[in-house]
Design a protein around this ligand. Structure first.
Ligand code: FAD
Length: 402
């Protein structure tokens, strides 16, 4: 058994999942979170079938299903021409018990995970306002310097899992690169209660346009009754102040869907957008998962799901090492399996999603629309396409890598 607990940096969805999966196997952990609360800004809202299957055993899926909205079909649209393709996720019923997307905000997933941990495993520390500052390792463990209100303390662990997001301190302590690129534009996320369904929109919509594409979807919101998020590209030269200005927000959203009277806005958030993958997910006893290992644009709703899949894969390997004495080389398998699919699926698909939704060349755009029309008109093609975008193919591909 372990001399020291597994240390985890970051109480986001991936850190909490890693903690719960370790706890379920009786492996002690300490979870450090730099912030003083779970972040509730509007980020991930889409959960794909493999994630719902993975969480089934731990009871998390049931809790998520009780709170989220089911998306049986989603729309691809052109901002001027309207509906291009209506994707029926039901065709995946022969492959998954969850042939749909579930809309639920990532902070609600964190609350579910945290509540199970606090109730069922109260002896494992979840330490808020504890920031990982420095990470070192030696032959039989890791030493992690953590800053809290009480000052700095060095914690000893058997392994360190960095779930500390895109700017990961754990990754920076590893001998790895984080190559890729950052888009010049940012993504502006606006939230309103206005019900776009009355105009024929589905719960999830991707709306292509050469000037100003947008993504429109509905999540439960603070009271579970529904909040619509509208995502627009934000020009690189505009300041946050200009983009958040009430008149500019109203003009943007009225430009998309004109209506009488002003929209009542709940959130305005601005995100930098990157495409990067760590050159290795392992350096000895130091590991990364989730955004610490890979970041991508949010079109397709894949980043968090992918990070959660990392966590399931990694904890499976860690527990075989810790509980069954398996070789630590298994951690290289984690790296190979998950990093390969981050490149082959996550990066490829999200880069393609962005290129298609903003396509400026009318010939290329029409070619893409015809491709989509062809996919929805042919059940086999639709099945094959949705296997990829519903993340089933990538998940299975990872499992097949040695
Ligand atoms: C607009 C938008 C929409 C998105 N939509 C989707 C979607 O629909 N579906 C999807 O799958 N993904 C989506 N994503 C991506 C998703 O939000 C991320 O992939 C997800 O947050 C990654 O989770 P994580 O736990 O790896 O990292 P994070 O959520 O970033 O959590 C990292 C945690 O680590 C903490 N931390 C950082 N440094 C330290 C430190 N040194 N010490 C201690 N703690 C530290 C942070 O405070 C934070 O709490 C979206 C992203 C954006 C911006």
């Amino acid at each position: 058994m372990l001399k020291h607990p597994v240390l985890i940096a970051g109480a986001g969805p991936v850190g909490f999942t890693t903690a719960l999966l370790l706890a379920r196997r009786g492996i002690p952990f300490v979870l450090f979170e730099g912030g003083d609360k779970i972040f509730d800004d509007p980020r991930a809202g889409t959960i794909h079938p493999p994630t719902l299957e993975l969480f089934e055993e731990s009871g998390v899926t049931e809790a998520m299903m009780a709170q989220g909205f089911i998306v049986n079909n989603y729309h691809y649209r052109d901002r001027k021409a309207g509906l291009i393709a209506d994707f029926d996720l039901g065709v995946l019923a022969d492959q998954t018990r969850y042939p749909f997307r579930l809309m639920l905000e990532q902070h609600r997933i964190c609350y579910i995970l945290r509540d199970i941990l606090l109730k069922e495993y109260p002896s494992n520390p979840i330490l808020m306002r504890h920031r990982v500052m420095k990470v070192e390792q030696d032959a039989d463990g890791v030493s992690v310097t953590v800053q809290s209100d009480e000052g700095e303390r060095v914690w000893r662990g058997s392994f360190m899992v960095g779930c500390d997001g895109g700017r990961s301190q754990v990754r920076k302590s590893m001998n790895v690169k984080f190559d890729g690129f950052t888009y010049p534009e940012r993504f502006l996320v606006l939230s309103t209660r206005y019900d776009f369904a009355q105009h024929g929109y589905a719960i999830t919509n991707y709306i292509a346009d050469p000037e100003e594409w947008c993504a429109l979807f509905k999540v439960p919101g603070h009271d579970g009754k529904g909040m619509w998020r509208v995502v627009f590209p934000a020009p690189p030269d505009a300041s946050q102040e200009q983009l958040f200005d009430e008149a500019s927000v109203q003009a943007r959203i009225q430009g998309f869907n004109p209506k009488d009277g002003a929209y009542e806005m709940y959130h305005r958030n601005l995100y930098d957008v990157h495409q990067r993958v760590a050159s290795s997910y392992r350096d000895g006893r130091l590991l990364v998962a989730g955004d610490a290992a890979h970041i991508n644009n949010p079109l397709g709703g894949m980043g968090m799901n992918f990070g959660l899949h990392d966590s399931f894969n990694l904890v499976d390997k860690l527990s075989r090492i810790i509980l069954e004495g398996a070789s630590e080389d298994l951690l290289d398998v984690y790296d190979r399996q998950r990093r390969t699919v981050a490149q082959e699926f996550l990066q490829r698909q999200t880069i393609e999603n962005k290129r298609n939704i903003e396509q400026k060349d009318p010939v290329e755009r029409e070619k893409f629309y015809n491709e989509l029309r062809g996919i929805v008109a042919d059940r086999d093609k639709l099945h094959a396409y949705l296997m990829r975008v519903a993340m089933i193919e990538g998940f299975r591909r990872a499992q097949s890598i040695n």
